[in-house]
Write a protein that binds this ligand. Sequence first.
Ligand code: NAD
Ligand code: LMR
Length: 325
Amino acid sequence: MKEPIRIAVTGGAGQIAYSLLFRLAAGELFHNQPIALHILEVPAVLSQLEGVKMELLDCAFPHLQEIVIGSDPHKVFEGVNFAYLVGAKPRGPGMERKDLLEANGRIFQGQGQALSDAAAKDVRVLVVGNPCNTNCLIAIHNAKNIAPQQFQAMTRLDENRAKAFLAVKAQCPVSSITNCTIWGNHSSTQVPDFLHTKIDGKLATEVIKDTTWLQTEFFKKVQGRGAEIIQARGKSSAASAASAAIDAMRSLITADSTTYSSAVYSANNSYGIDPNLVFSFPCKSVSKGNWEEVKGVEWDQFLETKIRASEKELIEERDLIKDLL
Ligand code: NAD
Ligand code: LMR
């Protein structure tokens, strides 16, 4: 039998995992290839995870070859090729994502170490648990055997949201929107770059001539969408987050030169951003699992001010967790 692709998902009994696991098991990321799911949870909810495992089995997914569950990251991460680090506390109404650092930061210290010890050498890691940029930085610093470039934090949901809002405004399909980069932190300081976005190949600013809308309503809508969903649902986004997590990993393994947003380790970046952050840049995949920053995007004064504010926030977050690095 062909060796399966091993995919770890943490927080397996939580909301996002309840969508993500089933989409992975159905083969949305790896078509017609055997996969093994390695699912991590805290001991207190392992019985709930047993229930999720039962449902995964009951779907009779033809390519789901193996399910490993447990609460010891060293065991669960054994030999994994991909890891979705989702398991972490979500924020509630009125909180900023960085308010979660104290509760969640330590999780990524232990999981970074465990991935470094146990995962396949070529593992690719996507951090979803918030505040995802700084949690990813913690994981990178604790994973001594894994190159920082093998880690990313998820700003793809923000990109998807930005595209969806622009498509409604321009009355076009979402697929018409390209080059829509999120810069900076997955937080309320994130920068949705409408200046370089294209709609059917034309600059978005030529199609949507209402600059005030782009700079104010659109901007705030993308920055505040997570909070808006929490307000409406009483819980944070889950199905859309899982969908973005699939998109993010698909982009990483698809070397077709499409630009996508991803928060990556900022060492050697060409934009003068502090080199020890996890910062969202325009990226493209150059070969399966290997990305490159898209260079030469020129900022105007508006973008520069916003991007620097997001960088400042990430430096402040880093200062709060410097003992975990
Ligand atoms: P949830 O509370 O429904 O589930 C989280 C699960 O993680 C729980 O079952 C919990 O037991 C588990 N967990 C906690 N600590 C763990 C650990 N050390 N190891 C393994 N599992 C652990 O939360 P959710 O709605 O699934 O959200 C998960 C995280 O994702 C939150 O931090 C949320 O803010 C974040 N999030 C990020 C994005 C993004 O775009 N980056 C989008 C949505 C949600
Ligand atoms: C989101 O953007 O929906 C998530 O990061 C959850 C949150 O806290 O907003």
